[in-house]
Design a protein around this ligand. Structure first.
Ligand code: FES
Length: 189
């Protein structure tokens, strides 16, 4: 049992980290200046562990760093060749599953997906590009969604629901048809 005022001490990639009880591994790493790759996590909204880019091992077992609370005396590994290879695989699948035209995208240079690809040394995908046909959803008067670029990180859904309390966005469909819809548009109704 850890007292509320007691620090949780654990090891992350060889570095001793001290964190408040209840802090996730990713939050503790950020506070200690150790970067763990992430995509669906965003400071200020509840983490849900969807993209798995932040996967680390805790005493040898995989866990999402954004949802896993740090535990005393554990050995956490993040920056290993095996974990980074798995992260590249996740990124490759995201790139081939959507239509990410970085060279022609206005977000190029200010895109977290692109930044993670650079960070992890992903310069080409091994898989065939699926090149799905996805229309831009401009059915709502105030919001437009380009489903070609959406990686379904749930951030818009969580921020709208949990921070604004408005639930403007939601998911529609299942499997490969799943996509973000806008409340009030014909796609979400
Ligand atoms: Fe942890 Fe996406 S950042 S699962």
């Amino acid at each position: 049992m850890i007292r509320k005022d007691e620090k949780v001490v654990f090891n992350l990639d060889g570095k001793t980290i001290e964190a408040d009880p209840g802090t996730t591994i990713l939050q503790a790493a950020d506070a200690a200046g150790v970067y763990i790759p992430r995509l669906c996590y965003m400071d200020g909204i509840e983490a849900f562990g969807g993209c798995r880019l932040c996967t680390v091992t805790v005493n040898g077992r995989p866990a999402a760093a954004c949802t896993q609370p740090c535990a005393p005396d554990t050995v956490v590994q993040s920056d290993t060749e095996e974990l980074n290879a798995q992260r590249r695989m996740v990124l490759e699948m995201l790139f081939v599953e959507g239509n990410h035209f970085c060279m022609a995208c206005e977000k190029s240079g200010n895109c977290e997906l692109q930044a993670q690809a650079y960070r992890l040394g992903l310069d080409a995908a091994r898989f065939d590009f699926l090149e799905p046909q996805r229309p831009v959803d401009a059915s709502h008067p105030d919001v437009m969604i380009d489903h070609n670029r959406c990686i379904q990180c749930h951030r818009c859904v969580r921020a709208s629901r949990d921070v604004d309390g408005k639930a403007i966005f939601g998911f529609v469909g299942r499997g490969g048809e799943k996509h973000v819809g806008i409340s009030g548009s014909d796609r979400l109704s």
